[in-house]
Design a protein around this ligand. Structure first.
Ligand code: UT7
Length: 332
């Protein structure tokens, strides 16, 4: 039997309409458009404003868009993985809620919490189920309502993040396409630099935790910045060397969109020019697990069958990794 590879065969997305601009953030905290553009590279980010709407609502819209685009009926889906750190609630998994909202009933589903590496870790997981021959259609949906965990009085974190969702379909192929390899890593010691202090079993919610604003994301920016630059570039270079790929062989680098300076440093280390890099941080900010599939969605029309693509991510955990894949279809 020919080797089975796992290939992305479609991309869908959903972005909330509301655009939170740097000008608006400058009225909330002591910052400016100039500082945010120079230090981060974000102009605006989308925010889910509607009352009673959550991560699953954006995730469900992204999955519906994906199923429609790929002509897939919900009954055909074997498995759904939701990459998120902003679940609707602690239990059940948001993946279960998205499956319910999209009429995916012949599948099982679970959440995968790897922060900004959530999409690539989910793609590695889906790849195993496809390569084994067990499943034919796996949906990965990366969805985040970051605005639910951001303190809009903290200027060091509030300009960075945005809300959004994107989904991909992963199917088998026997052609020389799809996921070729991946390298994923974690270092739990890094948790001290990026986490949410309360609301888990270590420090359950109390009046005091709410008063101390301990349910918001806490980040030591510089420590995370340094680790992100070195780890993301190292692992991307490692996968290129392992497969003997030169920078000219790479059609696209798809880096996690946390900071324009991190993106540029990673590309430089890989010897990749800016025109080979997918960048949309300016209009969406950091949507955590959703940044990489949102890039694929934005650039889908420019992708060609057989393109060599390197995905690279770094996030809370610390988690990081790089995936080498060959794009599986021409979208036009
Ligand atoms: O996706 C998950 C992984 N997360 C990341 O990859 C984020 C990594 N970190 C970063 O992107 C950057 O560290 C930040 C964008 C968060 C911060 O940029 P920085 O260049 O590292 O700034 P800094 O923390 O060194 O702060 C420099 C100065 C400080 O003032 P003083 O102490 O020098 O007077 C900050 O208080 O900039 C100040 N500052 C701001 N000033 C205006 C911090 N945030 C702001 C702000 N506006 N929004």
């Amino acid at each position: 039997m020919a080797n089975i590879r796992a290939a992305i065969t479609g991309v869908g997305a959903y972005l909330p309409e509301y655009r939170l601009t740097n000008e608006e953030i400058s009225k909330m905290v002591d910052t400016s458009d100039e500082w945010i553009m120079q230090r981060i590279g974000i102009k605006e980010r989308r925010i889910l404003k509607e009352e009673g709407k959550a991560t699953s609502d954006m995730g469900a819209r992204a999955v519906e868009n994906l199923l429609e685009k790929t002509g897939t009926s919900p009954e055909e889906v074997d498995m759904l993985i939701c990459a998120t750190i902003t679940p609707d609630m602690n239990l059940p998994a948001t993946a279960n809620i998205i499956a319910h909202k999209t009429n995916i009933h012949n599948a099982w589903s679970f959440d995968l919490n790897a922060a900004c590496s959530g999409f690539i870790f989910s793609l590695s997981t889906a790849t195993q189920f496809i390569e084994s021959g067990r499943y034919k259609k796996v949906v990965i949906v990366a969805a985040e309502k970051m605005s639910a965990i951001i303190n809009y009085e903290d200027r060091t974190t509030c300009p960075l993040f945005g809300d959004g969702a994107a989904a991909v379909l992963v199917e088998p192929t026997t052609e020389d396409l799809g996921v070729v390899d991946y390298i994923n890593r974690v270092d739990g010691l890094g948790r001290h630099h990026l986490h949410i202090k309360a609301g888990g079993s270590l420090k359950p919610a109390s009046e005091e935790t709410v008063k101390n604003k301990e349910h918001y994301l806490y980040q030591e920016g510089q420590a995370v910045f340094k680790a992100a630059v070195s780890s993301m570039a190292d692992v991307a270079v490692e996968i290129m060397e392992k497969h003997n790929i030169s920078s000219e062989d790479v059609a696209w680098l798809v880096p996690h969109q946390a900071n324009m300076r991190i993106i540029e440093a990673t590309a430089r280390r890989m010897g990749i020019s800016k025109k080979q890099v997918m960048i949309n941080i300016r209009k969406y900010g950091n949507t955590t697990a959703a940044t990489i599939p949102l890039c694929l969605w934005d650039y889908e029309k420019q992708l060609k069958k057989g393109d060599n693509i390197i995905l690279a991510a770094f996030g809370a955990g610390f988690t990081w990794g790089s995936t080498y894949l060959k794009w599986a279809y021409d979208s036009e």
